[in-house]
Ligand binder design. Structure first.
Ligand code: NAD
Length: 699
């Protein structure tokens, strides 16, 4: 017996409680403690019912992540769940907080489940590329309404106690004290001499299941789960619960679980999970530094970004003052914010009261003096150095002492912006992604003179506004956009070399990106990159790669917004249609560039040409110190650019391919296309020489 799981008897009820802070993860000690305590209580003649509950803030919230990737420790969770399934006395799980993953599987091994109203139950394993492997896929459909069970296993999303009650997953919602309620429930069972229901004895209720239920279900999730390995395995496991006797179903679940475990996807998704946690850990940071207080925020510019940025703070209950150049711009900006909120309310994800509450926290102004009390001011005006400098000069004059001054610039030199003020220690970058109220990524740019406490403040604030913050250094495009350049460049060159926009986009889409680079260009607006390039010396860029996009913009083909870009768009329809005019432009430009077009560009070449620059540039960024660890780069690309999480981000993907193979391809491309863009980063060479990979640099 151990003191992580303890037993206390009240009359003839044994109360077994788990105390393994912070989330009562199912570590080896917890598994042993539950198994032994339940067995002992079951064997005790004085005991008539057993309650399994947890101390602290939650019921068991899942596996112990520190055991991930290590040899399994006895007893396995499936063994524990099967052992408690066999008790001869009623065993009741008393749930508060989150009964997730293994926690819910333990509860499903009990005869009854009671919960407080705020509790959540769920099986999030699929988000790590796995399935609930301790009987969850077999018991959940045997106790819950089939569609709810399937949704829970396949989506990984939790359900609230009330829905769980309706679906049959829990037996009672307890008002007031959970333990008292559970004891009362146990006493009722004892008094009734109730029989012992075991979920494992049930059959799945398929009486209302249409013949095409699973086929329709598969179709329904096809888009969301495209490319992912585990969702299909989850479905197969639930099918087994219908088609096989319980014990056979458990075996099938185990086989499917092992398939998931062995898939590269689960490793990548676990990497994604740990990478996100690591990102908020600022490397080499003095733990005694205290963050500043952020109680109010100022935003300059209520355009595409400013409005979205404001919504993040309003959603977190932080008042925002938003400044624009004139009343018209304010009216337009506020109108868009309100429209966004109202659309959310229409979808039922917000009440109108909440909409008014959020809008009530927003104060528009055209006067800089109104920003004097803001603790953080974020500039989101046009991407133009002169405009930014003017804004920061004004901010320096009005902002209170200690206020953090942030810029949302995508490319500009934040050190130069900071030097426009007399307080460069308070200046940093907060690079939000569009749409800023939705995209999770926030690049936090640590300028040369940024004070550590200012940096720490925004790293903590990122969490508060539900963003994944990643710290970057000041370089052209920071982490994400700096890497994006090679991706776009190669797409531009591949068109000239003979690949059509459709072929390039299909290859990249099929590889796993949400859309190809050219369809993305059409969506974002081809003119944005065009205008950006005007701001920098031409020799920064490849002399041919932008011929086609330049021609597009000069011909008024700016993308979806003009109804044509690399593709044609019918009014009101965002489906790209190939356009022979574009092909003619490409052929013309290839001839002007003296490029001989090839027939034989393979999808494999397209993927390598577009993805390997990410890896190589990522390596340069690392060795130049603009990212703290490879996993930070992965977090940026997975959360800001749609890099498929099941590939784990560019750096993880490079390790998966094998760095020596990456190096070889980079060397081949150097030989074919020249050194300028393809020279392998010295860091890659060094790691290969040492027999290491990028993950060896993750801490
Ligand atoms: P936008 O043109 O939609 O909005 C800019 C707003 O700033 C306009 O409403 C304009 O009236 C206002 N403005 C301009 N000068 C001003 C001044 N001196 N004082 C007050 N208001 C002023 O531009 P955007 O797309 O929102 O971009 C803003 C910034 O965000 C740029 O630095 C851009 O690089 C960056 N950014 C944009 C995106 C994106 O996808 N749009 C993504 C990340 C970062």
């Amino acid at each position: 017996m151990n003191n992580i799981v303890s037993r206390k008897d009240q009359n003839n009820i044994a109360i077994i409680s788990v105390n393994n802070p912070p989330v009562n993860a199912l570590s080896q000690a917890v598994r042993i403690g539950i198994k032994d305590n339940v067995a002992a209580a079951d064997a005790d003649n004085n005991i008539k019912a057993i309650i399994l509950c947890c101390e602290g803030r939650t019921f068991m919230a899942g596996a112990d992540i520190t055991e991930f990737g290590k040899p399994p420790l006895d007893p396995w969770l499936p063994e524990v769940v099967e052992s408690i399934d066999k008790t001869s006395k009623p065993l009741i799980a008393a749930i508060h907080g989150t009964a997730f993953g293994g926690g819910l599987e333990v509860a499903l091994g009990c005869n009854y489940r009671v919960a407080i109203a705020s509790a959540l139950v769920g099986t999030p394993e699929v988000k790590l590329g796995l399935l609930p492997g301790a009987g969850g896929t077999q018991r959940l459909p045997r106790v819950a309404e089939l569609k709810t069970a399937l949704d829970m296993v396949v989506s990984g999303n939790p359900v609230k106690a009330e829905k769980a009650l309706k679906a049959g997953i829990i037996d009672r919602i307890v008002d007031g004290d959970l333990l008292e309620g559970a004891i009362a429930f146990a006493n009722e069972l004892i008094a009734e001499g109730a029989s012992l229901p075991r979920i494992s004895d049930n059959n799945v209720d398929t009486s209302a299941m249409p013949d095409d239920f699973f086929a329709t279900y598969r179709k329904g999730i096809a888009r969301r789960s495209r490319g992912y390995f585990a969702p299909e395995k989850c479905i197969q496991a639930v099918e087994a619960a219908i088609n096989l006797p319980f014990n056979e179903g458990l075996k099938r679940e185990r086989e499917l679980f092992m398939e998931c475990m062995a898939s590269p996807h689960s490793k990548a998704l676990q990497h994604a999970f740990f990478a996100e946690r690591a990102a908020s850990n600022i490397k080499g940071f003095d733990k005694s530094i205290a963050p500043r207080d952020i109680k109010s925020v100022g935003i300059i510019g209520a355009g595409t970004m400013g409005g979205g940025i404001a919504m993040n703070f309003l959603n977190a209950g932080i008042p925002v003052t938003i400044l624009e150049m004139n009343q018209d711009a304010i009216d337009r900006g506020l109108g868009i914010i309100r429209k966004n909120y109202e659309a959310t309310a229409k979808k039922g994800r917000m009440t109108m009261e909440q909409v008014e509450g959020a809008m009530g926290l927003l104060s528009p102004t055209t006067n800089y003096d109104d920003l004097a009390n803001a603790d953080l001011i974020i500039e989101a005006v046009f991407e133009n150095m002169d405009v930014k400098k003017q804004v920061f000069t004004k901010l320096d004059a009005v902002a209170k002492k200690g206020a953090i001054l942030a810029t949302n610039t995508s490319y500009l030199d934040i050190n130069a912006i900071a030097d426009m003020t007399n307080r460069p220690q308070d200046v940093l970058g907060l690079h939000f992604f569009s749409p800023a109220n939705i995209m999770r990524l926030l690049e936090i740019v640590n300028a040369d003179k940024t004070a550590p406490d200012a940096l720490l403040t925004v790293v903590k604030l990122a969490k508060k506004i539900k963003k994944v913050g990643v710290v970057a250094g000041v370089c052209h495009g920071f982490i994400g956009n700096r890497m994006l350049e090679g991706y776009g460049r190669e797409a531009g060159l591949l068109m000239l070399e003979g690949a059509s926009p459709q072929q390039i986009d299909a290859a990249i889409f099929n590889w796993g990106m949400p859309m190809g680079p050219l369809a993305m260009g059409d969506m974002a607006g081809i003119d944005i990159g065009y205008m950006l390039r005007q701001q920098f010396p031409a020799d920064r860029f490849d002399e041919h790669a932008y011929r086609v996009p330049n021609r597009m913009v000069e011909a008024g083909r700016k993308g979806q917004k003009t109804g044509k870009g690399y593709y044609l768009y019918e009014a009101g329809n965002r489906t790209p249609q190939p356009d022979p005019e574009v092909e003619a432009i490409i052929i013309e430009e290839a001839a002007k560039a003296g490029i001989t077009r090839r027939e034989n560009i393979s999808d494999e070449e397209i993927v390598a040409r577009c993805i390997y620059p990410l890896i190589n540039e990522g390596a340069y960024i690392l060795e130049e110190g603009f990212a703290a660890r490879p996993s930070d780069i992965d977090v940026v690309w997975m959360n800001g650019y749609g890099f498929p999480p099941y590939h784990g981000g560019p750096m993880f993907y490079a390790d998966h391919i094998g760095l020596e193979n990456v190096l070889k391809t980079l060397e081949d491309f150097t030989a074919k296309f020249g050194e300028r863009w393809w020279k392998p980063a010295p860091l890659i060479k060094k790691l290969v020489a040492e027999g290491k990979n990028f993950s060896s640099l993750n801490r």
